[in-house]
Design a protein around this ligand. Sequence first.
Ligand code: IMP
Length: 202
Amino acid sequence: MSRVARPRLVVASQNPGKAREIGRLFPDYEVLSLAGLAPVDFPEEGGDYAENARTKALVAARATGLPCVADDSGLEVEALGGAPGPYSARYGGPGLDDRGRYEALLGALRDVAPPRRARFVCHAAVATPDGRSALAEGACRGEILESAHGEGGFGYDPVFRPEGHQRSMAELSREEKDALSHRGRAFEALRREVAALLGRDG
Ligand code: IMP
């Protein structure tokens, strides 16, 4: 019996939490991580999610010679005028870990009464080594909690409660997060583009 090889797809992310999530959204592909494939220097990110996502995917696709997917994502807090947005990974200053960043956010919102409305945004990109690319986006509305809850996920998940749920994002199972998250939605929308670029049926 002949087995059809699954097409290879590289996840272009240096954030392990994010790379894990993107990888499991492509069960029909042989998903490879960038680490160990090729040294890639991503340019400093700017304020445009879509541009950042496309650049990461294109740079990684050229460096590896393989199709790559990437995302650029962030948390937008209404009371902060949409900040930290595309700068979420750097919020609170250099040297902070995920916990330091969400604690900085809780501090900035100390005097803001609930509900502190927010949304996660994700722009997903796929690119091929010959320079073709496609984009899709997804969002997840919710609010910032007053303290951290849960151990799952990464980043701001412990302090974000998705709309319609009683638990934080970090208290959801992987399957629950994938079904409602900004990233799950963006890559769901990108799936057809990935199949088309790789010459497969969607
Ligand atoms: P970037 O896309 O590499 O610029 O990083 C996005 C940053 O937004 C991450 O480092 C996290 O701080 C935050 N972020 C994005 N998606 C999520 C998520 O699903 N959960 C929690 N935090 C997230």
